[in-house]
Design a protein around this ligand. Structure first.
Ligand SMILES: Cc1cc2nc3c(=O)[nH]c(=O)nc-3n(C[C@H](O)[C@H](O)[C@H](O)COP(=O)(O)OP(=O)(O)OC[C@H]3O[C@@H](n4cnc5c(N)ncnc54)[C@H](O)[C@@H]3O)c2cc1C
Length: 534
């Protein structure tokens, strides 16, 4: 069946970048914009911050991918959650808001991505934000995305900050300023206790526009190509197959896992990968699915001696009722929390110019990251990842059927720099928690325990136990043609007309932090590029 509306732009995937892009494009009433999203519009709990833990294993809101077993991570299949709703991963994520370091984007520009240096992107970040914290001129005041500091207060948070100071680090009142260094209260995509996904912040206010057409439960199966031009896409919805044409362009915003998958299913990619699955090569582009990076995230857990500061005690049994009341009346407590109320950006070596590891400091501990069940005893967790990993993995199709999840291979800790940063970051977590200001709260380190102490033991522990921080990037990398890249600095797929990619898959390297804010920035930037070309 063919859809008979004449669209200018077809945006595939309504996530952090795609929802932002579609909403911004539709501000121009002359443009007809179609947004296709495979997931449903929303999930009943998504707006509660605590939904992070509830939706991480929920197929109604999540693609629930798993990685291939790899030697580097003890042959485990590591969960790869990805949002499957309007808002995409921003509708299920941990709500931590981090822009990254200016040097990240200056590096992108140095790699040949003109227009993407910090000076040019800082106004884009400001345009996105409505920062509810103190204004310094660095932060946006009237953008669609509300960003606020965690309002929850706890003597443990103060002690953790003081412990970081005692260990030699500084307190940073705004890690989203150009100076990321130090420990601070987490800034979140939460406003008045409710999640700010890109669905809430960007799409909902745009829905009434007659030129914005949003179709949910519409899974794009392939791009329609004629020679070297992309004409539109084919999708299925409730068993019906539909073809739509884009008068101007198709923009792929299906995220770090699904964007390379859709290119390969359409015959765009590494010829040997396509041949293996009987897909005719429409356009050879060897970087598709390569250059994949993510953050491997190592945790340490300690018992807490004062149970009144740990949510393992405060959010169990009947006390959960008090937390519900706290959330409803004051917008604080367990239900209001992002994945961590404190974050730190620190250097593992004195010779580093800027931080190279990030820590999340959490006033509770779960038995098993998979089940997310709270331990019955008071506890706390600190986790750490290297900000800019060097190790490169890949994501490639394992079938010509869009419903079969692609092969996700992280290749974590292959690079020596990554091993050094992760093992030193691990030791730094201990140095902070073992500092004097936490004496009044700290019990034993019960996981993994002090027996894991040499670099070899730490790396073995990480390989056997760690999961990711859910930040897949790089699989449709941006950069100059022929330089192991997929799109140019205008996000156009090299060698093809009518097709761009705009989501976390285009990041040339990992931004220093969680990846939602940079993905939304890509949506904003893509809208700017398309509207200036329209
Ligand atoms: C559990 C979890 C926790 C996270 N925590 C944080 C955090 O605390 N802070 C932070 O900054 N980042 C966090 N992230 C990462 C961040 O949310 C993502 O990097 C970001 O949302 C990626 O944006 P995107 O636009 O590239 O992809 P997504 O937001 O994932 O959007 C892709 C969209 O495309 C749709 N799609 C896929 N295939 C198709 C198809 N064939 N047809 C149509 N639609 C399709 C998907 O359903 C989805 O809606 C987390 C992610 C997860 C999953």
């Amino acid at each position: 069946m063919a859809d008979d509306v004449r669209y200018d732009y077809v945006v595939v995937g309504g996530g952090s970048a795609g929802a932002t892009l579609a909403a911004r494009l539709s501000e121009d009433a002359r443009l007809q914009v179609l947004l296709l999203e495979a997931g449903r519009a929303s999930h009943p709990v998504s707006r509660l911050p605590v939904s992070f833990g509830l939706l991480i294993h929920n197929a109604a809101a999540n693609w629930l991918y798993r990685s291939d077993p790899e030697k580097q991570t003890a042959m485990r299949e590591i969960p790869v959650p990805r949002g499957k709703l309007l808002g995409g991963s921003s509708a299920i994520n941990g709500l931590v808001y981090v822009r990254g370091q200016p040097q990240d984007y200056d590096t992108w520009a140095q790699m040949g991505c003109r227009g993407w240096n910090w000076e040019q992107l800082a106004p884009v970040f400001r345009r996105m934000e409505h920062y509810e914290g103190p204004q310094s001129g660095e932060r946006g005041e009237d953008g669609p995305l509300r960003v606020s500091e965690v309002p929850d207060r706890n003597p443990l948070y103060d002690a953790i900050k003081q412990a970081a100071v005692a260990a030699g680090y500084k307190i940073n009142p705004d890690y989203n300023s150009p100076d990321q260094d130090g420990i601070g209260t987490t800034q979140t995509t939460i406003s008045r206790g409710r999640r700010q996904s890109t669905h809430e912040a960007y799409l909902k206010p745009a829905m009434a526009r007659a030129n914005l057409h949003v179709v949910t439960e519409a899974q794009t199966e392939r791009l329609l190509l004629e020679g070297k031009r992309c004409l539109g896409v084919e999708y299925t919805r409730r068993g019906e197959r539909v073809q739509v044409r884009a008068g101007r362009e198709v923009v792929l915003c299906a995220g770090g896992v699904a964007s390379p998958q859709l290119l390969e299913l359409s015959g765009i990619g590494r010829p040997d990968v396509l041949a293996e699955h009987g897909i005719a090569v429409q356009h050879a582009l060897p970087a598709v699915g390569e250059n994949f990076r993510d953050h491997i995230n190592a945790r340490i857990q300690w018992r807490i001696t004062d149970r009144s500061v740990s949510y393992n005690h405060m959010a169990r049994g009947w006390r959960m009722g008090q937390e519900v009341l706290k959330y409803i009346t004051k917008g604080t407590g367990f239900l209001s929390l992002p994945s961590a109320p404190l974050v730190a950006f620190l250097k593992t070596r004195r010779d580093m110019e800027t931080p190279d590891v990030q820590m999340h400091l959490v006033p509770y501990a779960v038995k098993n990251p998979k089940l997310r069940q709270l331990h019955p005893f008071p506890a706390m967790t600190v986790s750490c990842y290297q900000l800019r990993p060097e190790s490169l993995g890949s994501i490639h199709i394992r079938s010509a059927d869009v419903r079969v999840q692609p092969a996700i291979r992280f290749n974590f800790l292959a690079d020596r720099i990554d091993q050094m940063a992760m093992s030193e970051g691990f030791r730094m977590m201990r140095r902070i928690v073992e500092a004097q200001p936490l004496d009044a709260f700290r019990g034993d380190e019960y996981s993994p325990g002090k027996g894991v102490s040499t670099e070899a033991e730490i790396l073995d522990y990480i390989r056997a136990n760690s999961e990711t921080a859910y930040h897949p990037i790089g699989t449709c990398r941006m950069g100059p043609e022929g330089a192991n890249t997929v799109v140019d600095e205008q996000l156009r797929v090299h060698g093809l007309a009518g097709l761009r990619v705009a989501d976390a898959s285009i990041f040339p390297t990992m931004p220093s932090g969680n990846t939602n804010a940079p993905s939304i920035m890509v949506g904003e930037k893509a809208a700017e590029l398309l509207r200036s070309a329209a």
